[in-house]
Design a protein around this ligand. Structure first.
Ligand code: DGY
Length: 323
């Protein structure tokens, strides 16, 4: 059976898969494949191990008559046409769990970096501008006892909330459902999105990309935020309307933003590029050695569960498949 891995990922994936001699593994390197290239490559594959930039469209799925499982090397699966996979009876799996702490840590790195002006002040020093200690240079907010607003209180949001305890923060959250168990554990308080935006000093996004979350943070949402507030996104780019955000940053409706994800990755909206009150990072929130190695192991296990053990994979995403 053929397994296609569309991009070089940690070797552990090969260690796991190659224990099964019935699997013939191909791991591609280099540029992400276009839809046309994917259509050519999947024609005889039994399992597809895919990454976020691959667009696994209906056409790609239809071009793979032997396909038995799509295992994505990510938690998010918005790059896969789930409906088309489900119609074909193909399980889609992801890699939840192990990246939670890593993404939460990165969220905090962004909050601290943007609030404490780390990136701009580093540029200032390197460009020789540091001539004298300045009482008013790069002043920003203290974080201790401020209000953190989490849009989404899933496992990553919960971990960010736990870490906020170290800063004695007041934590608010908005989600489609109130989560009393998480509230008890983290101390986060459930509020409407409107209240969260109005009251928070730091707003951090932790929702998946769904039709209902696309542009959840639009012009109106940004207008509700405090002029001293910061917006951080480590979830998916299209949750924020980038054009609206650029306007909000330019016109100082908010003080700053830090983005690890973008509406049309890897393209970065031009207006954001020229602003110095936004930090831009290349979708690396989960990029710890620990998380990326575990993700490779889980992605391989997801394939083994289907192809070798012939069972419903633990990390099945299209749960209605078995309904
Ligand atoms: C994911 O897994 O969805 C992250 O965005 C990348 O690790």
């Amino acid at each position: 059976m053929k397994v296609l891995i569309t991009r070089k990922i940690p070797r552990v994936v090969l260690d796991h898969l190659s224990k099964h001699t019935s699997l013939q593994i191909e791991m591609l390197e280099g540029e992400p494949l276009t839809e046309e290239q994917l259509i050519q490559k999947v024609q005889d594959v039994d399992a597809l191990l895919t990454i976020i930039p691959d667009q696994i469209t209906k056409a790609v799925i239809n071009a793979a008559p032997n396909l038995k499982v799509i295992s994505t090397y990510s938690v998010g699966y918005d790059h896969i046409d789930l409906k088309a996979a489900t119609e074909k009876g193909i399980p889609v799996t992801n890699t939840p769990g192990d990246l939670t702490e890593s993404v939460a840590e990165f969220t905090w790195a962004l909050i601290l970096a943007v609030a404490k002006k780390i990136v701009v002040s580093d540029k200032y020093v390197r460009s020789g501008c540091f001539k004298c200690w300045e009482p008013l240079l790069y002043m920003g907010p203290r974080i201790n006892e401020k209000t953190l607003g989490l849009v989404g209180l899933g496992s990553i949001g919960c971990h960010v909330a736990r870490m906020a305890k170290g800063f004695n923060m007041n934590v608010l959250y908005y989600d489609i459902k109130q989560n009393q168990k998480a509230e008890l554990e983290t101390g986060a308080k459930y509020v409407s999105l409107h209240d969260l935006l109005e009251k928070s000093d730091f707003v951090s996004i932790h929702v998946p990309l769904l039709p209902s979350t696309q542009h959840l943070i639009d012009l109106n949402a940004l207008k509700k935020m405090k002029p001293t507030a910061y917006l951080v996104n480590t979830s998916r780019g299209p949750v924020i309307d980038e054009d609206a955000l650029a306007k909000a940053l330019e016109e100082k409706w908010i003080e700053g933003a830090a983005l690890d994800v973008f509406e049309e990755e890897p393209h970065i909206y031009d207006k954001l590029m020229s602003l110095d009150n936004v930090i831009l990072t290349p979708h690396i929130a989960s990029a710890t050695r620990e998380a990326r190695i575990q993700m490779a192991r889980i992605a391989a296990e997801n394939i083994i569960e289907v192809l070798i053990n012939n069972k419903t994979p633990t990390n099945l995403v299209n749960r209605d498949l078995n309904a």
